[in-house]
Design a protein around this ligand. Sequence first.
Ligand SMILES: [Zn+2]
Length: 159
Amino acid sequence: MGRTLEPITALVESLDFNWFDFSIDSFVRFVAHRQRRAVLLFPWAFDAAITAAWVRGQKHDFIFVRQSAPPVLQTHGILHELGHLLLGHRGISMDDSDIAEVLQLLAIRKSSVTDGLEEQQAEDFAQLVSLCIRQARRHHREGPGTTIDALRPVAESGF
Ligand SMILES: [Zn+2]
């Protein structure tokens, strides 16, 4: 099966989030509420190869973000990891106690995994959400006329 945006578009649509009011903190809270699991964000001293990483803990989900990354990149990285989470990808699980060890392993693994369907889907999710935010802000400035259906062709050709 080839790559398709259909499940990603359906997911983003099903969120029914008010993109105009998007902030990364409010969206993280929204996702946590939807999943009924806390999502905790932490800055982390990753090297430049990694922007963000998601770790599934026993009780919470953890998203670590490279603290030296520019804010725009941090937001994109968090959206990418939330994509994995919302799409039910397996990710990396851990015992809440040995987080530093897990992150070290993760850094090694992540730098070697740059493609694959799940990576593509998470990236598509991040891109589509960014598009929804831009559209919502433009819509707000220019008046009604854009629905998520209208976004589809842009998304298909844009990335
Ligand atoms: Zn990923």
